[in-house]
Design a protein around this ligand. Structure first.
Ligand SMILES: *[C@@H]1O[C@H](CO)[C@@H](O)[C@H](O)[C@H]1NC(C)=O
Ligand SMILES: *[C@@H]1O[C@H](CO)[C@@H](O)[C@H](O)[C@H]1NC(C)=O
Ligand SMILES: *[C@@H]1O[C@H](CO)[C@@H](O)[C@H](O)[C@H]1NC(C)=O
Ligand SMILES: *[C@@H]1O[C@H](CO)[C@@H](O)[C@H](O)[C@H]1NC(C)=O
Length: 368
Protein backbone atom coordinates (compact mmCIF):
# COMPACT_ATOMS: atom_id res chain seq x y z
CA UNK A 1 0.00 0.00 0.00
CA UNK A 2 1.38 3.37 -0.93
CA UNK A 3 1.83 6.12 1.60
CA UNK A 4 -0.59 8.23 -0.38
CA UNK A 5 -3.34 5.63 -0.24
CA UNK A 6 -2.93 5.36 3.57
CA UNK A 7 -3.23 9.12 3.87
CA UNK A 8 -6.50 9.12 1.94
CA UNK A 9 -7.95 6.39 4.15
CA UNK A 10 -6.96 8.27 7.29
CA UNK A 11 -8.51 11.43 5.91
CA UNK A 12 -11.79 9.63 5.14
CA UNK A 13 -11.87 8.09 8.62
CA UNK A 14 -11.27 11.48 10.18
CA UNK A 15 -14.05 13.00 8.12
CA UNK A 16 -16.47 10.27 9.26
CA UNK A 17 -15.48 10.74 12.89
CA UNK A 18 -15.97 14.47 12.50
CA UNK A 19 -19.44 13.99 11.05
CA UNK A 20 -20.40 11.62 13.87
CA UNK A 21 -19.31 14.18 16.44
CA UNK A 22 -21.24 16.96 14.73
CA UNK A 23 -24.33 14.80 14.51
CA UNK A 24 -24.17 13.86 18.19
CA UNK A 25 -23.70 17.45 19.19
CA UNK A 26 -26.68 18.57 17.15
CA UNK A 27 -28.78 15.77 18.54
CA UNK A 28 -27.85 16.70 22.07
CA UNK A 29 -28.47 20.35 21.45
CA UNK A 30 -31.90 19.67 20.10
CA UNK A 31 -32.64 17.27 22.94
CA UNK A 32 -31.69 20.03 25.29
CA UNK A 33 -33.84 22.63 23.60
CA UNK A 34 -36.77 20.28 23.60
CA UNK A 35 -36.47 19.50 27.26
CA UNK A 36 -36.23 23.14 28.12
CA UNK A 37 -39.35 23.94 26.13
CA UNK A 38 -41.67 21.00 26.48
CA UNK A 39 -44.64 23.10 25.43
CA UNK A 40 -43.13 25.46 22.94
CA UNK A 41 -43.45 23.11 19.99
CA UNK A 42 -40.46 24.86 18.46
CA UNK A 43 -39.04 23.36 15.29
CA UNK A 44 -35.31 23.68 14.88
CA UNK A 45 -34.05 24.52 11.39
CA UNK A 46 -31.83 21.47 11.05
CA UNK A 47 -34.11 19.09 12.83
CA UNK A 48 -36.19 17.82 9.96
CA UNK A 49 -33.09 17.16 7.86
CA UNK A 50 -31.40 15.13 10.55
CA UNK A 51 -34.31 13.06 11.72
CA UNK A 52 -38.02 13.62 11.73
CA UNK A 53 -38.42 11.65 14.95
CA UNK A 54 -36.49 14.20 16.99
CA UNK A 55 -39.62 16.09 17.87
CA UNK A 56 -40.59 13.36 20.29
CA UNK A 57 -39.43 13.82 23.84
CA UNK A 58 -36.34 11.67 24.35
CA UNK A 59 -36.67 8.53 26.41
CA UNK A 60 -35.47 9.20 29.94
CA UNK A 61 -32.74 6.84 31.05
CA UNK A 62 -30.79 6.31 34.24
CA UNK A 63 -31.86 5.40 37.74
CA UNK A 64 -35.57 5.20 38.22
CA UNK A 65 -37.12 7.57 40.71
CA UNK A 66 -40.23 5.84 42.04
CA UNK A 67 -43.01 8.26 42.94
CA UNK A 68 -46.21 7.01 44.54
CA UNK A 69 -49.38 9.10 44.43
CA UNK A 70 -53.04 8.25 44.92
CA UNK A 71 -55.92 9.10 42.61
CA UNK A 72 -59.36 9.67 44.10
CA UNK A 73 -62.15 9.99 41.53
CA UNK A 74 -63.46 13.32 42.86
CA UNK A 75 -59.92 14.80 42.91
CA UNK A 76 -58.45 13.25 39.80
CA UNK A 77 -57.52 16.68 38.45
CA UNK A 78 -55.26 17.16 41.46
CA UNK A 79 -53.36 13.95 40.83
CA UNK A 80 -52.86 14.80 37.16
CA UNK A 81 -51.66 18.36 37.94
CA UNK A 82 -49.23 17.06 40.57
CA UNK A 83 -47.82 14.47 38.17
CA UNK A 84 -47.49 17.03 35.39
CA UNK A 85 -45.49 19.34 37.67
CA UNK A 86 -43.23 16.53 38.90
CA UNK A 87 -42.51 15.21 35.43
CA UNK A 88 -41.81 18.39 33.51
CA UNK A 89 -39.65 19.99 36.21
CA UNK A 90 -37.20 17.12 36.04
CA UNK A 91 -35.08 15.32 33.47
CA UNK A 92 -34.86 12.29 35.70
CA UNK A 93 -36.32 8.91 34.90
CA UNK A 94 -39.45 9.35 37.01
CA UNK A 95 -41.70 6.31 37.27
CA UNK A 96 -45.12 6.89 38.79
CA UNK A 97 -47.13 4.35 40.69
CA UNK A 98 -50.69 5.57 40.91
CA UNK A 99 -52.90 3.87 43.46
CA UNK A 100 -56.62 4.22 42.96
CA UNK A 101 -59.92 2.44 43.49
CA UNK A 102 -61.16 0.04 40.87
CA UNK A 103 -63.86 2.35 39.52
CA UNK A 104 -61.38 5.11 38.65
CA UNK A 105 -58.91 3.11 36.57
CA UNK A 106 -60.53 3.67 33.18
CA UNK A 107 -61.06 7.39 33.70
CA UNK A 108 -57.45 7.85 34.76
CA UNK A 109 -56.12 5.88 31.79
CA UNK A 110 -57.98 8.10 29.34
CA UNK A 111 -56.75 11.26 31.05
CA UNK A 112 -53.13 10.13 30.90
CA UNK A 113 -53.17 8.65 27.41
CA UNK A 114 -54.97 11.48 25.60
CA UNK A 115 -52.91 14.36 26.94
CA UNK A 116 -49.30 15.55 27.09
CA UNK A 117 -48.69 12.95 29.80
CA UNK A 118 -48.99 10.11 27.32
CA UNK A 119 -45.24 9.38 27.29
CA UNK A 120 -44.72 9.24 31.03
CA UNK A 121 -43.92 5.93 32.70
CA UNK A 122 -46.60 4.83 35.09
CA UNK A 123 -48.29 1.88 36.65
CA UNK A 124 -51.85 1.94 37.97
CA UNK A 125 -52.57 -0.24 40.99
CA UNK A 126 -55.83 -0.61 42.84
CA UNK A 127 -56.37 -0.46 46.55
CA UNK A 128 -58.92 -2.68 48.21
CA UNK A 129 -60.54 -0.72 51.06
CA UNK A 130 -61.56 -4.04 52.65
CA UNK A 131 -58.13 -4.28 54.27
CA UNK A 132 -59.04 -1.28 56.41
CA UNK A 133 -61.99 -3.06 57.98
CA UNK A 134 -61.52 -3.24 61.76
CA UNK A 135 -58.86 -0.54 61.45
CA UNK A 136 -60.77 2.69 61.04
CA UNK A 137 -63.41 3.95 63.47
CA UNK A 138 -67.01 3.04 62.78
CA UNK A 139 -68.23 6.39 64.01
CA UNK A 140 -69.81 7.78 60.83
CA UNK A 141 -68.35 11.24 61.43
CA UNK A 142 -64.77 10.04 61.41
CA UNK A 143 -65.49 7.34 58.85
CA UNK A 144 -66.57 10.13 56.53
CA UNK A 145 -63.25 11.90 57.12
CA UNK A 146 -61.33 8.66 56.59
CA UNK A 147 -60.81 8.26 52.90
CA UNK A 148 -59.42 4.82 52.13
CA UNK A 149 -56.72 6.08 49.77
CA UNK A 150 -55.25 8.19 52.59
CA UNK A 151 -54.00 4.94 54.08
CA UNK A 152 -52.09 3.80 51.00
CA UNK A 153 -48.93 5.42 52.44
CA UNK A 154 -49.03 2.89 55.29
CA UNK A 155 -48.25 0.13 52.82
CA UNK A 156 -45.53 1.66 50.64
CA UNK A 157 -43.48 -1.53 50.10
CA UNK A 158 -46.62 -3.34 48.95
CA UNK A 159 -47.12 -0.83 46.15
CA UNK A 160 -43.41 -0.32 45.37
CA UNK A 161 -42.20 -3.91 45.77
CA UNK A 162 -39.08 -3.54 43.62
CA UNK A 163 -37.82 -0.20 44.93
CA UNK A 164 -35.20 0.27 47.60
CA UNK A 165 -36.04 3.94 48.01
CA UNK A 166 -39.22 5.77 47.06
CA UNK A 167 -41.19 8.98 47.35
CA UNK A 168 -44.80 9.36 48.44
CA UNK A 169 -46.67 12.62 47.78
CA UNK A 170 -50.23 13.69 48.53
CA UNK A 171 -52.34 14.66 45.53
CA UNK A 172 -52.86 18.29 46.63
CA UNK A 173 -49.29 19.31 45.87
CA UNK A 174 -47.39 21.01 43.06
CA UNK A 175 -43.67 20.44 42.58
CA UNK A 176 -41.54 23.32 41.31
CA UNK A 177 -38.07 21.85 41.79
CA UNK A 178 -36.31 18.81 40.33
CA UNK A 179 -37.77 15.76 42.08
CA UNK A 180 -34.31 14.20 42.07
CA UNK A 181 -33.33 16.63 44.84
CA UNK A 182 -36.15 15.34 47.01
CA UNK A 183 -35.23 11.77 46.14
CA UNK A 184 -31.66 12.46 47.25
CA UNK A 185 -32.90 13.39 50.75
CA UNK A 186 -30.67 11.53 53.17
CA UNK A 187 -32.57 8.84 55.04
CA UNK A 188 -30.09 8.14 57.81
CA UNK A 189 -28.84 4.61 58.50
CA UNK A 190 -31.39 2.78 60.62
CA UNK A 191 -34.11 5.30 59.75
CA UNK A 192 -37.06 4.25 57.62
CA UNK A 193 -38.31 7.60 56.39
CA UNK A 194 -37.85 11.34 56.14
CA UNK A 195 -40.65 13.83 56.87
CA UNK A 196 -40.97 17.56 57.18
CA UNK A 197 -41.13 18.76 60.78
CA UNK A 198 -43.96 21.05 61.82
CA UNK A 199 -41.60 23.39 63.71
CA UNK A 200 -38.99 23.90 61.04
CA UNK A 201 -40.40 26.87 59.15
CA UNK A 202 -40.78 30.36 60.44
CA UNK A 203 -43.97 30.43 58.42
CA UNK A 204 -45.31 27.34 60.16
CA UNK A 205 -45.32 29.29 63.42
CA UNK A 206 -47.90 31.63 61.96
CA UNK A 207 -50.22 28.64 61.55
CA UNK A 208 -49.80 27.45 65.10
CA UNK A 209 -51.16 30.63 66.61
CA UNK A 210 -54.42 30.08 64.78
CA UNK A 211 -54.74 26.34 65.18
CA UNK A 212 -53.92 25.46 68.78
CA UNK A 213 -51.52 22.61 69.35
CA UNK A 214 -51.33 21.31 65.85
CA UNK A 215 -47.54 21.36 65.69
CA UNK A 216 -46.87 18.91 68.51
CA UNK A 217 -47.88 15.43 69.59
CA UNK A 218 -50.47 16.74 72.01
CA UNK A 219 -52.47 18.01 69.04
CA UNK A 220 -52.82 14.49 67.63
CA UNK A 221 -52.82 12.02 70.52
CA UNK A 222 -54.75 11.69 73.75
CA UNK A 223 -52.04 11.62 76.39
CA UNK A 224 -54.54 10.64 79.09
CA UNK A 225 -54.93 7.18 77.57
CA UNK A 226 -52.85 4.41 79.18
CA UNK A 227 -51.60 2.99 75.87
CA UNK A 228 -50.19 6.38 74.92
CA UNK A 229 -48.77 7.14 78.39
CA UNK A 230 -46.96 3.81 78.37
CA UNK A 231 -44.92 4.88 75.37
CA UNK A 232 -43.25 7.64 77.39
CA UNK A 233 -43.38 10.14 74.53
CA UNK A 234 -43.12 13.84 75.29
CA UNK A 235 -46.35 15.60 74.40
CA UNK A 236 -44.58 18.76 73.27
CA UNK A 237 -42.48 16.93 70.67
CA UNK A 238 -42.73 18.56 67.30
CA UNK A 239 -45.08 16.67 64.97
CA UNK A 240 -44.45 16.14 61.27
CA UNK A 241 -46.61 16.20 58.17
CA UNK A 242 -46.88 12.88 56.30
CA UNK A 243 -48.00 14.47 53.01
CA UNK A 244 -44.49 14.05 51.60
CA UNK A 245 -42.42 10.99 52.52
CA UNK A 246 -39.01 9.80 51.35
CA UNK A 247 -38.61 6.21 52.47
CA UNK A 248 -36.04 3.44 52.59
CA UNK A 249 -38.32 0.56 51.72
CA UNK A 250 -35.83 -2.09 52.75
CA UNK A 251 -35.81 -0.66 56.26
CA UNK A 252 -39.60 -0.28 56.12
CA UNK A 253 -39.91 -4.01 55.58
CA UNK A 254 -37.16 -4.91 58.08
CA UNK A 255 -38.85 -2.91 60.81
CA UNK A 256 -42.37 -4.17 59.99
CA UNK A 257 -43.64 -0.62 59.76
CA UNK A 258 -46.91 -1.54 58.02
CA UNK A 259 -47.76 -4.07 60.74
CA UNK A 260 -46.93 -1.55 63.45
CA UNK A 261 -49.24 1.01 61.83
CA UNK A 262 -52.00 -1.58 61.57
CA UNK A 263 -51.58 -2.34 65.26
CA UNK A 264 -52.09 1.30 66.28
CA UNK A 265 -55.07 1.71 63.97
CA UNK A 266 -56.73 -1.35 65.45
CA UNK A 267 -55.98 -0.29 69.01
CA UNK A 268 -57.46 3.12 68.30
CA UNK A 269 -60.79 1.63 67.20
CA UNK A 270 -61.00 0.06 70.69
CA UNK A 271 -59.38 2.70 72.89
CA UNK A 272 -59.94 5.96 71.02
CA UNK A 273 -56.35 7.19 71.22
CA UNK A 274 -56.39 10.20 68.94
CA UNK A 275 -56.85 13.78 70.06
CA UNK A 276 -60.44 15.04 69.87
CA UNK A 277 -59.36 18.42 68.55
CA UNK A 278 -57.38 17.03 65.65
CA UNK A 279 -57.98 18.93 62.45
CA UNK A 280 -55.70 16.93 60.17
CA UNK A 281 -56.25 13.52 58.67
CA UNK A 282 -56.49 10.49 60.96
CA UNK A 283 -53.54 8.96 59.13
CA UNK A 284 -51.13 11.17 61.08
CA UNK A 285 -51.36 9.81 64.68
CA UNK A 286 -50.19 6.22 63.99
CA UNK A 287 -47.27 7.58 61.97
CA UNK A 288 -46.34 9.93 64.82
CA UNK A 289 -46.22 6.99 67.23
CA UNK A 290 -44.26 4.64 65.00
CA UNK A 291 -41.74 7.27 63.89
CA UNK A 292 -41.40 9.05 67.26
CA UNK A 293 -37.90 10.56 67.24
CA UNK A 294 -36.85 8.06 64.63
CA UNK A 295 -37.04 9.78 61.29
CA UNK A 296 -34.89 11.94 59.06
CA UNK A 297 -35.93 15.38 57.85
CA UNK A 298 -36.86 16.86 54.51
CA UNK A 299 -35.60 20.27 53.43
CA UNK A 300 -38.34 22.77 54.46
CA UNK A 301 -38.51 24.19 50.94
CA UNK A 302 -39.47 20.72 49.75
CA UNK A 303 -42.68 20.81 51.77
CA UNK A 304 -44.14 24.29 52.00
CA UNK A 305 -47.60 23.63 53.36
CA UNK A 306 -50.84 24.97 54.81
CA UNK A 307 -51.72 26.68 51.54
CA UNK A 308 -55.23 25.31 52.04
CA UNK A 309 -55.72 26.69 55.56
CA UNK A 310 -57.82 29.77 56.16
CA UNK A 311 -55.68 32.84 55.99
CA UNK A 312 -52.51 30.86 56.51
CA UNK A 313 -51.85 30.24 52.84
CA UNK A 314 -52.24 33.91 52.10
CA UNK A 315 -49.57 34.83 54.64
CA UNK A 316 -46.84 33.63 52.32
CA UNK A 317 -45.33 36.18 49.99
CA UNK A 318 -45.51 35.48 46.28
CA UNK A 319 -41.71 35.51 46.29
CA UNK A 320 -41.58 32.77 48.92
CA UNK A 321 -44.14 30.67 47.08
CA UNK A 322 -42.11 31.00 43.88
CA UNK A 323 -38.95 29.85 45.67
CA UNK A 324 -40.67 26.80 47.18
CA UNK A 325 -39.72 23.45 45.66
CA UNK A 326 -42.99 21.79 46.65
CA UNK A 327 -46.28 23.43 47.59
CA UNK A 328 -48.94 21.61 49.58
CA UNK A 329 -52.55 22.82 49.82
CA UNK A 330 -53.36 20.83 52.95
CA UNK A 331 -56.38 22.25 54.72
CA UNK A 332 -59.90 22.91 53.57
CA UNK A 333 -59.34 25.29 50.64
CA UNK A 334 -58.16 23.36 47.60
CA UNK A 335 -56.91 25.03 44.43
CA UNK A 336 -59.49 23.18 42.35
CA UNK A 337 -62.22 24.33 44.72
CA UNK A 338 -64.24 27.50 44.88
CA UNK A 339 -61.54 29.60 46.45
CA UNK A 340 -57.95 29.08 47.61
CA UNK A 341 -54.59 30.78 47.97
CA UNK A 342 -52.24 30.82 44.98
CA UNK A 343 -54.75 29.09 42.70
CA UNK A 344 -52.93 30.51 39.68
CA UNK A 345 -49.81 28.49 40.54
CA UNK A 346 -51.84 25.28 40.48
CA UNK A 347 -53.70 26.28 37.30
CA UNK A 348 -50.43 26.34 35.36
CA UNK A 349 -50.11 22.58 35.83
CA UNK A 350 -53.73 21.53 35.50
CA UNK A 351 -54.55 19.53 32.38
CA UNK A 352 -58.23 19.58 31.40
CA UNK A 353 -60.05 16.27 31.60
CA UNK A 354 -60.52 14.86 28.07
CA UNK A 355 -63.69 13.09 29.26
CA UNK A 356 -65.09 16.39 30.58
CA UNK A 357 -66.07 14.87 33.94
CA UNK A 358 -63.73 16.90 36.15
CA UNK A 359 -63.89 20.69 36.34
CA UNK A 360 -62.21 22.94 38.85
CA UNK A 361 -65.00 24.75 40.72
CA UNK A 362 -64.35 28.43 40.48
CA UNK A 363 -66.05 31.49 41.78
CA UNK A 364 -67.35 33.31 38.75
CA UNK A 365 -67.20 37.05 38.37
CA UNK A 366 -70.93 37.33 39.00
CA UNK A 367 -71.00 35.24 42.21
CA UNK A 368 -71.53 36.94 45.52
C1 LIG B 1 -24.74 13.36 23.69
O1 LIG B 1 -25.65 12.52 24.38
C2 LIG B 1 -25.17 11.19 24.53
C3 LIG B 1 -26.29 10.36 25.15
O2 LIG B 1 -27.37 11.15 25.54
C4 LIG B 1 -23.93 11.19 25.41
O3 LIG B 1 -23.43 9.89 25.56
C5 LIG B 1 -22.87 12.05 24.75
O4 LIG B 1 -21.74 12.17 25.59
C6 LIG B 1 -23.42 13.46 24.46
N1 LIG B 1 -22.43 14.20 23.71
C7 LIG B 1 -22.11 15.44 23.97
C8 LIG B 1 -21.08 16.05 23.08
O5 LIG B 1 -22.64 16.07 24.88
C1 LIG C 1 -63.11 -3.56 38.47
O1 LIG C 1 -63.68 -2.87 37.39
C2 LIG C 1 -63.85 -3.66 36.23
C3 LIG C 1 -64.42 -2.77 35.14
O2 LIG C 1 -63.80 -1.57 35.08
C4 LIG C 1 -64.77 -4.84 36.50
O3 LIG C 1 -64.84 -5.65 35.36
C5 LIG C 1 -64.21 -5.63 37.68
O4 LIG C 1 -65.10 -6.65 38.02
C6 LIG C 1 -63.98 -4.75 38.87
N1 LIG C 1 -63.32 -5.51 39.92
C7 LIG C 1 -63.71 -5.45 41.19
C8 LIG C 1 -62.92 -6.27 42.15
O5 LIG C 1 -64.65 -4.77 41.56
C1 LIG D 1 -31.70 1.29 53.05
O1 LIG D 1 -31.50 0.53 54.21
C2 LIG D 1 -30.68 -0.61 54.03
C3 LIG D 1 -30.74 -1.44 55.29
O2 LIG D 1 -30.37 -0.65 56.41
C4 LIG D 1 -29.30 -0.15 53.66
O3 LIG D 1 -28.45 -1.27 53.44
C5 LIG D 1 -29.39 0.67 52.37
O4 LIG D 1 -28.13 1.21 52.05
C6 LIG D 1 -30.39 1.80 52.50
N1 LIG D 1 -30.62 2.36 51.18
C7 LIG D 1 -30.62 3.65 50.92
C8 LIG D 1 -30.88 4.04 49.51
O5 LIG D 1 -30.43 4.49 51.79
C1 LIG E 1 -41.14 -8.41 61.95
O1 LIG E 1 -42.04 -9.47 61.78
C2 LIG E 1 -41.42 -10.74 61.64
C3 LIG E 1 -42.49 -11.77 61.31
O2 LIG E 1 -43.72 -11.44 61.86
C4 LIG E 1 -40.66 -11.06 62.91
O3 LIG E 1 -40.02 -12.31 62.79
C5 LIG E 1 -39.64 -9.98 63.20
O4 LIG E 1 -39.00 -10.19 64.43
C6 LIG E 1 -40.29 -8.59 63.21
N1 LIG E 1 -39.25 -7.59 63.28
C7 LIG E 1 -39.37 -6.48 64.04
C8 LIG E 1 -38.22 -5.54 63.98
O5 LIG E 1 -40.34 -6.27 64.72
Amino acid sequence: MSMRRVNVIILVLLAIAFLIIIQRNLLNLSDFLHKENPDAGMILPFESELSPTLKKEPVRKGDEIPVLITAAEERLGATVAAMNSIYFNSKANVVFTIVTLNDTVEHLKVWLSKTKLKNIKYKILTFNPEILKEKIPKDPKTAEAAKPLDFVRFYLPTFLPDAEKGIYVDDDIIVQGDIRELYDTNVKPGHVAAFSDDCDLASAKAIVRGAGNQNNYLGFLDFKKASIKKLGMRANTCSFNPGVIVANLTEWKNQNISQQLDHWMELNTKEDLYSKTMAESITTPPLLIVFYRRHSTIDPLWHVRHLGNTGAGNRYSLQFVKAAKLLHWNGHYKPWGRTSAFTEVWDKWFIPDPTGKFHPVRRHAGDK
